[in-house]
Design a protein around this ligand. Structure first.
Ligand code: XCC
Ligand code: SF4
Length: 629
């Protein structure tokens, strides 16, 4: 007898997702949950981090049974070393992802300065000058393009190995920099730290778990204060600083009578052009000729967040919604750049009329339509993409279309600049609110979904618990859509907040959860913490703040978590990374890091308990700052 499938309501908290999981089952489409089930039970050795395949004397695995067998790999590496090495490579992977994304933005800015990217421009000259000045570039009485050229060079230099420390380390409080120097984790070049991580974890190099873990922190710091921060700042310069605007979320943003194009991945370079082409009257006329009302762009994952923050483009869904968006049967094209794009999207798209279009040469998918996107020809290529989507519209089978819910309203697009602006140009009102206890603390929840949890149950649950305790929540990455669907991204959401936060939200007309952008935009969060710490004359680790990623899945999430911890921000995660096979490494992650960085990881799969533990620490930090708990 075949096993009954798990009821959809146990897999996700959302009605749109439940309905689409059921439709996927009717349509014979396999989803992430089906594959997750097929993969159970997972490999124990791998789960514990105790497998090594770093050389061809192996692969090796370490037994936790202390019977003398398999206590060391063929080369002699023990479990601690193997776990630390695997973790280090995991962090390097995540840091590489964010940072290579950041580098792509430098290349766009470079092409703009060379006159080779006519479809792009510098949208925010003020920010260009501000950021350049911060990096020591002279800006007075200089032409915009001359400054931009210097900024390009300064950013590229941060990737190499000729500097002692990254440019944006200037944003880090002095006391924190001293800690980094003391433990030799001051990040130098981004590529350098990542390459060194690969080197250290080659057989016969760094065979001391503590040493490897410290370099993991250094690598992550190079991501946070380097690659990611460059990604954020240059995206703002090229496409504009996010400012709050109204938008909508969930699968209801897909429109039955429109040519629907979903943009997915992380980088705004392609999606901004697709959006511009979709707004071109000529393209709209073509879509209407094909029988549609117009062209509708929706976002998925972080590319969605980039467009949501800057252009108010609605969000169709987060990570675990990406396959389900296609299952609506109303999506003409999914246009992707890179990261977090499930390879299965090709198969799901093939079950419908959906065109799956890849655009980055470094992220190609067998079976997809590939357009090798080039900044010199961006607008034309974006038009080509829109035309493909319009052509696909003619093939849509309306009888297979099901748009399960109506869209929910949100206000999104906060940034440090927008926040300062709202506060009247100074951080003081925010600091006053923290001091008097209306806002007791701040927690940044970093998106992701993972089928190990009921989809978004932890993301939404934790956000609600925290705001109840008057803790302001900043949302980045995939939690954005979740918070939006839960009604937390509108000012009325403050009805769910504690009295203090509610008062502040009403006064400023802001939601209790502020959308702070994509996952590279966690650089905004650490930057903000640096600004606050400097304003108060303390270290970041003295602040009543937290990071959290309850449903994390990706290498990038661990890199973010680690750069937050190394910057002094404790981080809650819902599941541990693959390190629990080493007591030493696990102890360092949960406790030891506290002694070095004044912050460590908290692993807690239950969001209610997590919120309580986070609150406990916030109380302690408030008391040590001389504030009421
Ligand atoms: Fe990916 Fe950024 Fe995670 Fe979402 S949140 S699943 S990393 S898209 Ni960053
Ligand atoms: Fe095995 Fe050592 Fe090679 Fe890893 S590096 S596979 S532990 S022999």
């Amino acid at each position: 007898m075949s096993k009954q499938p798990t009821p959809a309501k146990d897999l996700t908290i959302w009605e749109d997702a439940q309905k689409m999981i059921e439709k996927a089952r009717r349509d014979g489409v396999e989803t992430v949950w089906d594959r997750f089930e097929q993969q159970q039970p997972g490999c124990k050795f791998c789960e514990l981090g105790l497998t090594c395949k770093n050389c061809n004397m192996g692969p090796c695995r370490i037994s936790l049974k202390e019977d003398g067998k398999m206590q060391r790999g063929v080369c002699g590496a023990d479990g601690d070393v193997i776990v630390a090495r695997n973790f280090g490579r995991f962090v390097a992977g995540g840091s590489a992802g964010h940072s290579d994304h950041g580098r792509d933005l430098i290349e766009v800015l470079e092409a703009i300065t060379e006159g080779e990217a006519h479809d792009y421009k510098i949208s925010d000259e003020d920010k260009l000058r501000r950021v350049s000045a911060e990096l020591g570039i002279s800006v007075d009485n200089r032409e915009t393009m001359a400054i931009a050229k210097d900024l390009v060079e300064a950013c590229f230099a941060d990737f190499g190995s000729r500097r002692k420390e990254l440019g944006f380390v200037s944003r880090v409080p002095e006391v924190r920099r001293e800690i980094w120097k003391k433990y030799k984790v001051m990040p130098r070049g981004v590529d350098r730290e990542i390459a060194e991580m690969m080197h250290r974890t080659h057989m016969g190099c760094d065979n001391d778990a503590v040493s490897t873990l410290l370099h993991s922190a250094k690598t992550a710091l190079a991501d946070g204060w380097g690659g990611s921060m460059i990604g954020t700042e240059l995206s703002d310069i090229i496409f504009g600083v996010p400012t709050p605007s109204r938008s909508q979320v969930n699968l209801g943003v897909i429109k039955a009578d429109m040519v629907n194009i979903l943009v997915h991945g992380h980088n705004p370079v392609v999606s901004e052009m697709v959006l511009a082409a979709a707004r071109n009257p000529e393209m709209i006329a073509q879509a209407q000729k094909a029988g549609a009302e117009g062209i509708n762009i929706g976002g998925l994952c972080c590319t969605g967040n980039e467009l949501l923050g800057r252009q108010g483009i609605p969000m169709a869904g987060n990570h675990l919604m990406t396959e389900l968006a296609i299952v609506t049967g109303a999506v003409e094209a999914v246009v992707v750049d890179y990261q977090c794009i499930m390879p299965s999207m090709v198969q799901v798209a093939a079950c419908y009329h959906t065109k799956f279009i890849t655009t980055a040469d470094k992220a190609q998918f067998t079976g997809a339509t590939h357009i090798s996107f080039n900044t010199a020809t961006a607008a034309d290529q974006a038009k080509e993409i829109i035309e493909m989507a319009i052509a696909a519209y003619a093939l849509r089978d309306q009888s297979r279309v099901e748009i399960p819910v109506a869209a929910v309203d949100t206000i999104t697009g906060f940034s440090n600049e927008a926040l300062l602006n709202m506060l009247g140009g100074s951080l003081d009102p925010l600091l006053d609110a923290v001091k008097e206890g209306s806002i007791r603390g701040v927690a940044a929840i970093v998106g992701c979904n993972n089928p190990k949890f009921q989809h978004d149950s932890q993301n939404v649950g934790l956000a609600k618990e925290l705001i109840k305790k008057d803790i302001l929540v900043l949302a980045t990455g995939c939690i954005t859509t979740a918070a939006g669907k839960a009604g937390l991204l509108v000012p009325e959401g403050s009805e769910m907040a504690g009295p203090g936060l509610k008062k502040i939200c009403s006064a400023l007309k802001i939601p209790p959860v502020l959308h702070f952008g994509s996952c590279v935009d966690n650089s905004r969060v650490i930057h903000l913490c640096g600004l606050i710490a400097n304003a108060l004359g303390v270290d970041i680790s003295d602040l009543p703040v937290w990071g959290s990623s309850p449903e994390w899945y990706s290498e990038k999430a661990v890199a973010i978590g680690l750069y937050c911890v190394a910057s002094g921000i404790p981080v809650h995660i819902g599941t541990p990374p693959q390190i629990t096979g080493s007591k030493l490494v696990t102890d360092i992650a949960l406790n030891g890091l506290e002694n070095i960085f004044g912050a460590a990881f908290l692993v807690e799969p239950d969001y209610v308990k997590a919120a309580e533990k986070m609150d406990e620490r916030i109380k302690l930090k408030r008391l040590s700052l001389g504030l009421s708990a």
